[in-house]
Design a binder for this molecule. Structure first.
Ligand SMILES: Nc1ncnc2[nH]cnc12
Length: 212
């Protein structure tokens, strides 16, 4: 769900300080009385990517990960930048669409608030040796419902990986706390964003319960 530029100009903005790097996010309605501040990490430039990679790597390096796993789509740049900042080379991507080589992939069902309907995460069986018995950190751009991260954790564990940490740029609201349960203890985040409700002339206002 990517609004075009003319649409963006009409949106209210929400400013969030991402570990010392302020970004302005457009507030985008999902329903008539409900909106999120949308962070499209791939539209924020390479300096932002480098910054979040470095900041997440600083928090995740003490966990001594053997490998970083990122979930498609917007977890991909996060996985690449964190891997680079850790001085590692390989990473594993959990795909959403069954590419030609993924006909026999390990599969997990998920749902997402920014994409319609039910989706899947797929792990290439060829990547299993990179995860089995290894210390794994799972990264993503935003955790909101927690469905995508929960599916990613499940896939990594089915592959025999030991999940030692989770890294996200942003936590959003609090639904993820219930979805992730005890795995919340593994989570490292650079900033938090609330969700929004419409309030007459005031426009979109943050919902108090969606702050941490
Ligand atoms: N605020 C947000 N920005 C980008 N992706 C999201 N997925 C869920 N919430 C999101």
């Amino acid at each position: 769900m990517k609004p075009d530029k003319s649409e963006l100009a009409a949106h209210q903005l929400w400013t969030v300080d991402v570990a010392g790097y302020p970004v302005e996010l457009p507030i985008v309605p999902i329903k008539p009385d409900f909106a999120i501040s949308l962070m499209m990490v791939i539209d924020l430039g390479v300096r932002f990517g480098e910054h979040v990679g470095r900041e997440l790597a600083a928090r995740l390096a003490p966990l001594k990960p053997d490998i970083i796993v990122g979930a498609a789509t917007l977890g991909i740049p996060v996985a690449i930048e964190v891997t680079r900042a850790l001085g590692q080379d390989h990473y594993v991507i959990l795909q959403k669409s069954p590419k030609i080589h993924l006909t026999d992939a390990l599969e997990q069902r998920i749902s997402s608030i920014t994409s319609k309907g039910e989706q899947r995460l797929l792990l290439d069986r060829e990547a299993i040796p990179l995860l089995a018995g290894r210390r794994v950190v799972v990264v993503d751009d935003v955790v909101a419902s927690g469905s995508s991260l929960k599916g990613a954790l499940e896939l990594v564990r089915r592959a025999g990986g030991d999940v030692v940490g989770i890294g996200v740029i942003l936590t959003e609201a609090r639904d993820w706390q219930e979805a992730l349960g005890a795995d919340c203890a593994l989570l490292h985040s650079l900033a938090h964003i609330p969700q929004f409700t419409s309030h007459g002339a005031a426009g979109w206002v943050p919902i108090a319960e969606t702050f941490l």
